[in-house]
Design a protein around this ligand. Sequence first.
Ligand code: MN
Length: 197
Amino acid sequence: MYKLPTLPYEYNDLEPYIDQETMKIHHTKHHQGYVDKLNDVLKDFENLKEKPIEELLKNPEDLPSEIRSKVINFGGGHLNHSLFWQMMTPEKNEPDDKVKKAISTGFGSIDNFKNIFSDKATTLFGSGWTWLVQKNNTLEITTTQNQDSPVSKAYTVLLGLDLWEHAYYLRYQNRRAEYIEAWWNVVDWNKIAELLG
Ligand code: MN
């Protein structure tokens, strides 16, 4: 059985950037929904349902074909949101030297990285995510559609931004760029440092 993780902060802690109502619905309805549907899909698959979700999504081609797309959608939803919550913090922090160096090597500077990331996030068509990922010591910015997970492409996730309308519509309506700009204020750069290989 997969379980909804508790958040490392309160629903109102990311105000004014991410509002309490959005956080609450996002966690207790959307994320919980993915967990419930994932458990339901895997209920008769004893050998799969005890495995960490990363493991199932690393090799989706190994999943039984009749449940593959559901595990990708609901399992991806569970994993992506579990990562997303951890990558935000109400305790504003800045990139440390290690993160600064890695990001500057990949993208020129922190500001340049943020610009490229925000641009990809703003222009992503439909529902999906924008990610900072690592593979073979190289950093990349990538996007996925729906709840597809970067782990299915052998990436290590360092940062992710939910671009489904449910992540921002209550406060920002159709102003996705404003949501993205606000979100940078709650990014946990210490988490990136921890995940950086
Ligand atoms: Mn979401």
